[in-house]
Write a protein that binds this ligand. Structure first.
Ligand SMILES: [Zn+2]
Length: 461
């Protein structure tokens, strides 16, 4: 077992005893154990948006150097600006699987998960689970298909084309490289790995869609053939693997056929595609959470394909997922506040929803992730959810009228009729202060919310 030594003995006591019969596949490690393994062993950096093509090239070079017998590397093309598009192969089994990530340059979670999978395969190659994957599968990986977009942290390539709408015209070198590789391999199964807007909800519960799955359609009628049924079963396996880690936060992506998209056409050309979209996760480290979910989803899928467990999966576990719901989730939602808008209008009761923007900037040669919030909506927002909900019953919410304020400070409010700073209105920066009324006209600062959020890295365990 590759997790041996990484889990506590208390956990080990609950693990099923090994199954000795050779015709029964040993149990796949639990998703929780795989997540713990990722916590302990992942090599990808904490902020995927900062990963550059040069990093990927360096990691692949290390693989080649450290384990030339395990990984085959080839360049399958180059981007508009001349960056290499790389194809990594591991395993020697009869069933071929093709995975590609970051077709959209600002969607980096899966690239990090794939790098972690390479490290995992290398570190545990002698152990049964990985050996089974290597013996049953040949895994083809294109990490970071759109390196020029990644360099700019933008969706499109350097031509300004959305590569995922270029499957038919093939005007992008990135799209041509993917198409040529698909045609050469003709693998029966593919994984198309993306990120989606953090505002996407899992159904209408207000929970974010941290992972959304799609067994991609190959025709407008959304027919199900043998390949698409297998893709649905893989999605069912992923749902069951991730539910203990992201309960209520797994959804289904709309399966409408998009005539220009790669997933749809690759499925039509004969490689049935599973789309994985990584969305927002609650907690302080949403980036790391997304990479971790991808790692568990992909390793579990490879194991289930290798053992044949996929064929026994119930596609209804995919069909019954809640649908993705657009713009259903805020980054922050402050509920039941007494709102002092800063415009001079009298205080009123309601909710304030904030959304987040993320951009990569280079400051003095240092690449940084800039995370900022702004007000998106004010009023009765009870039907919407958030990555973070702040209950503000009994509290006053006002614009942050003094940037030096700290929790515990005793303050009076300014004269809002003379106020020229930010207000609480759609589009305004998310610089806010939560105040508890004390004695007449005075307040104590409960919490300061700043528009600029530190994109700090999670501490390594
Ligand atoms: Zn995308």
């Amino acid at each position: 077992m590759f997790i041996a030594g990484l889990i506590s003995s208390a956990c080990a006591a609950h693990r099923p005893a090994p199954v000795p019969a050779s015709d029964v596949a040993p149990p796949v490690d639990s998703p929780t154990a795989l997540a713990a393994l990722w916590d302990a062993e992942h090599v990808s950096p904490p902020l995927p948006p900062l990963v550059r093509h040069a990093d990927v090239v360096a990691w692949l070079g290390q693989l080649r150097q450290q384990s030339p017998d395990l990984f085959a590397l080839e360049q399958i093309g180059q981007s508009v600006e001349g960056r290499s598009i790389n194809h990594v192969t591991f395993g020697h089994g009869p069933f071929h699987v093709l995975l590609w990530s970051q077709m959209h340059g600002d969607e980096p979670s899966a690239t990090c998960a794939l790098v972690d999978i390479f490290a995992f395969v290398r570190a545990h190659r002698g152990e049964p689970q990985v050996r089974r994957i290597l013996d049953a599968l040949t895994v083809h990986v294109v990490p970071m298909l759109n390196p020029d977009g990644a360099e700019r942290f933008q969706r499109r390539n350097a031509q300004g084309i959305d590569v995922n709408r270029d499957a038919l015209l093939l005007q992008t070198p990135e799209g041509r490289a993917l198409k040529a590789l698909r045609d050469r391999l003709n693998a029966p199964l593919g994984f198309n790995l993306h990120n989606q807007n953090w505002r996407t909800g899992a159904g209408t519960t207000g929970e974010p869609a941290s992972i959304s799955l799609l067994a991609v359609a190959f025709d407008p009628a959304r027919s199900v053939n043998r390949g698409r049924l297998r893709a649905k079963k893989v999605c069912a396996v992923i749902r069951d693997a991730l539910e203990p880690l992201a309960k209520g936060r797994i959804a289904k992506y709309d399966d409408e056929f998009e005539v220009r998209a790669f997933g749809d056409n690759i499925t039509k050309w004969g490689t049935s595609v599973v789309l994985i979209e990584t969305g927002g996760s609650p907690g302080e480290h949403p980036d790391a959470a997304g990479v971790r979910l991808n790692f568990v989803a992909l390793v579990t899928s490879l194991e289930a394909l290798a053992t044949g467990a996929v064929e026994r999966a119930d596609p209804r576990r995919y069909d019954s997922l809640p649908m993705n719901t657009d713009s259903n989730v805020f980054y922050r939602l402050i509920r039941h506040a007494s709102i002092v808008a800063g415009t001079g209008v009298a205080p009123f009761g309601g909710d304030v929803g904030l959304v987040v923007s993320r951009a990569v900037q280079t400051v003095n040669g240092d690449r940084q992730l800039r995370v900022t919030t702004r007000v998106d909506d004010v009023g009765d927002l009870r039907v919407l959810g958030a990555l973070e909900t702040i209950e503000a019953d009994g509290l006053t919410l006002a614009p942050l009228f003094d940037p030096a304020l700290q929790a515990g400070d005793e303050v009076r409010l300014p004269d809002w009729t003379a106020w020229t700073g930010n207000t609480i209105a759609t589009g305004q920066p998310g610089d806010l202060v939560l105040l508890r009324p004390t004695t007449a006209g005075r307040f104590r600062v409960e919490r300061v919310l700043r528009a600029e959020i530190a994109a700090d890295a999670p501490s390594r365990r």
